[in-house]
Design a protein around this ligand. Structure first.
Ligand code: FE2
Length: 377
């Protein structure tokens, strides 16, 4: 189903704690060459081969590779011939996130609760089974063409999902310490942020935990507004950005232009040791946004005493920020596909539950320097 971004779901008020989400089950990306994308996630980011689906498993029109690192599972999917929905998605958006799947106890109840509250259906509850048991999956649309699936796997003991086989790769990819998805950020069109905030509140029972406006997040040229939504147990956090008026084109507008619509801007993955993780990523060729060295001259005064050596943070380009509860360390990759759209954030939380507001200005100036090089500022 193609969903026009102008058609927004009708939203019902008075949502409560009706949607227990156990966590992020997996993230599926539609990519133009799943076989090579899977190898990128193995070789550059330390994911391990897990499962495979395609012609060999009886599929006729698509192929998927599943890679995993600790609690993070990525599914990379490509079409096998022209004219498919997946192919059209890739033609329009380039490589990007199609599915953010939630792990739930009851995929039928979750779907029905969402539909009653005004969600648009992507997939009615469907049973998948094999010799390892049964999975129920269902799905609804969110912003752009992104969907949320509900995955119920309590009666399943298999590797990933029915329809997939074990993928044995000879590639040895030791973990680089990525643990779980900390948050995933959506970029939505100008004027649509509050609509999607209301969608997460009313349809999925999330609450808004933070908001930033153009006074918090602006540079000489660009501005954005952001609200952070969290589910009940705090395991799923979705900041939602929209562009704000600036003198030149903001990074959010650049994303929307190149993605040709709303979509996932970045996936933040957590580590317990960001210095080791970033060193490993750099040695494997991952490129990061770098801030000017003056950032580190001021950092000590801004953040106070921390466990890490600021000189080492500076060498690697790792940023730090603090809030009332502690501090956090973070770094952002450059876009990981040809279009300047999706990227990753590596984050280590040392008490802080916030998102690095103190780094926004330095970061956005770094992004603007990249935009300048692309001629899109
Ligand atoms: Fe982030």
């Amino acid at each position: 189903m193609q969903l026009s971004t102008n058609v927004l779901p009708k939203i019902h008020k008075n949502a409560g704690d009706f949607m227990p989400l156990l966590g992020t089950d997996y993230i599926e990306l539609y990519v133009s060459n799943a076989k090579q994308a899977a190898f990128y996630y193995q070789s550059a980011m330390g994911f391990e081969a897990l499962a495979f689906g395609g012609l060999e498993t009886g599929w006729k029109d698509k192929e998927s590779y599943v890679v995993r690192q600790d609690k993070i599972t990525l599914v990379l999917t490509s079409p096998l011939h022209s004219g498919t929905e997946i192919g059209k998605h890739i033609d329009k958006h380039g490589d990007g996130v199609k599915v953010i799947a939630f792990w739930v106890a009851d995929a039928t109840a979750a779907y029905e609760a969402a539909m009653q509250r005004g969600a648009i259906s992507y997939l009615a509850p469907t049973k998948l089974s094999n010799e390892h048991g049964e999975v129920v999956e269902s799905g609804i649309y969110t912003y752009g063409e992104v969907v949320h699936k509900f995955i119920e796997r309590k009666n399943f003991t298999g590797l990933f999902l029915p329809g997939f086989l074990e993928w044995n790769s000879t590639f040895e990819s030791p973990s680089i310490g990525l643990k779980y998805v900390d948050h995933m950020v959506g970029n939505v069109e100008l004027g649509k942020m509050n609509h999607w905030v209301a969608f997460y509140e009313n349809v999925l029972g999330f609450t808004q935990i933070l908001s930033f406006d153009d006074k918090d997040i602006s540079t000489e040229y660009t501005a954005l507004m952001s609200k952070v939504m969290s589910n009940g147990n705090g395991r799923i956090k979705f900041p939602i950005n929209e562009p704000a008026k600036g003198i030149k084109k903001s990074q959010i507008e650049e994303y929307l232009d190149f993605y040709e619509g709303a979509g996932v801007q970045h996936i933040a993955v957590a580590t317990d040791d960001i210095i080791t993780t970033v060193r490993a990523l750099k040695s494997r060729g991952m490129q990061f946004l770098m801030v000017p060295h003056t950032y580190y001259e001021e950092l000590g005064d801004r953040i106070g005493e921390i466990d890490e050596d600021i000189t080492v943070l500076g060498e690697l380009g790792i940023l730090a920020d603090c809030d009332d509860e502690g501090y956090l360390l973070q770094i952002f990759t450059k876009p990981v596909q040809s279009r300047p759209t999706m990227f990753f954030e590596i984050i280590q939380r040392k008490g802080a539950q916030s998102f690095g507001k103190g780094n926004f200005k330095a970061l956005f100036e770094a992004i603007e320097r990249e935009q300048e090089l692309r001629g899109t500022l």
